[in-house]
Design a binder for this molecule. Structure first.
Ligand code: SAH
Length: 346
């Protein structure tokens, strides 16, 4: 086991089993050995490649999307541009460059970046050093500044948020836990039965229901602020638009799937995003939800084909939009005030 795995095993020996969410939080964000807390995982040398790392086209189109949403609402004064989980800062750098086409917006924005990893916050700071707009980092959504109109983007952020898993057994719903096997190694186990899992009574035996309370809370809070302050949010991630009963928790290292429990701190952990659950949370927040639509459909509606021609990036275009690449599994969801028109691409 890894150093972090040993520490988690000692914690379980002392305190009892952990929920999957507790395990994910430690594996990803433990300040000493957590996956995101200690490294830059992106790129060809790293563990995985995200859309903004595939091509500048992605961040550019997102920047122009945000500008259109702002224009559609009558250009409210002093908007705040917020990115959740900015990774290397590539998307934001590309978006801010594209926004040079909209100087009346660019000249009055401030940027706030929600980032839990000090290593990645450092990368973002380097990447955006010459951006020429005020920058501020926060580690919690509640730290995002007060009452300005919000333009929010989150790419592959929600998949990194912790989930809990409920499993339908002959005895009813149980929660899947991380516990220890006879040899003291990390192993999956089940909680005692009798858990009430709302709205999911019809699961087949062995069916798994995944819930991200953290993700739903973020979606609801953003929606609440957009409903009150104006602006809009664009959430792009991989996930499903019809809830099922399969489990999607996965570990990835060096561009390949890995064991979820063996590599704690050394492998990325993520789960597919439950878009209907995010949409329902956002509806509770008071704003209107559009989508989800497939990333391919979304980017084509924003004109990625013309941009790809200009930049001679046919490969990147295919990778971002083809149904068997990132075009369908990845989806875009928008949140705007009820009074705003449907945003571009939806
Ligand atoms: N948006 C980037 C990075 C995606 S990876 C891209 O598309 O390339 C997920 C990002 O979310 C990382 O920057 C990670 O450090 C951050 N992150 C994960 N969990 C977080 C949390 N709970 N709070 C804040 N940031 C988090």
């Amino acid at each position: 086991m890894t150093a972090l795995g040993d520490r988690i095993a000692a914690l379980i020996a002392a305190e009892g089993p952990l929920t999957i969410a507790q395990f994910m939080t430690l594996a990803l964000l433990d300040p000493k050995d957590g996956y995101y807390a200690t490294r830059d995982p992106f790129g060809r040398q790293g563990d995985f490649v995200t859309a903004p790392e595939v091509s500048q086209m992605f961040g550019e189109l997102v920047g122009l999307w945000l500008a259109q949403v702002w224009q559609d609402q009558g250009k409210p004064a002093r908007p705040l541009l917020v990115e959740l989980g900015p990774g290397r800062g590539t998307l934001m750098a590309d978006a801010l460059r594209a926004l040079k086409l909209v100087p009346e917006l660019r000249d009055q924005i401030a940027v706030e970046l929600l980032e839990a990893s000090p290593v990645l916050a450092g990368k973002q700071c380097e990447m955006l050093a010459d951006a020429g707009v005020p920058l501020r980092w926060v580690t919690e959504l509640s730290g995002v500044s007060g009452d300005r109109p919000l333009l929010v983007v989150a790419n592959e952020f929600f998949d990194a948020l912790p989930i809990r898993q409920y499993v339908m057994t002959e005895r009813g719903w149980c929660e899947r836990m991380v516990t220890l096997d006879a040899a003291g190694a990390l192993a999956f186990g089940l909680s005692p039965a009798g858990i009430a899992v709302p709205g999911r009574g019809d699961a087949p035996p062995g069916g798994v229901y995944e819930v991200s309370r953290a993700g739903e809370a973020v979606a609801e809070e953003i929606s609440h602020r957009i409903a009150g302050q104006g602006g809009g949010a664009l959430i792009v991630d991989y996930g499903y638009d019809v809830p099922g009963f399969g489990e999607t928790l996965q570990a990835v290292a060096s561009h390949a799937f890995a064991d979820v429990l063996r590599g704690a701190g050394l492998t990325d952990l993520s789960a597919h995003v439950d878009f209907p659950a995010l949409a329902a949370a956002a509806e509770r927040g008071g704003a209107r939800v559009h989508g989800p639509v497939g990333q391919g459909t979304f980017l084509r509606a924003l004109g990625i084909e013309q941009r790809a021609k200009r930049l001679e990036q046919a490969d990147a275009l295919a990778r971002l939009t083809a149904p068997d690449r990132m075009g369908t599994l990845f989806k875009a969801l928008a949140i705007v005030p009820k009074s705003a028109p449907p945003p571009p691409g939806f």
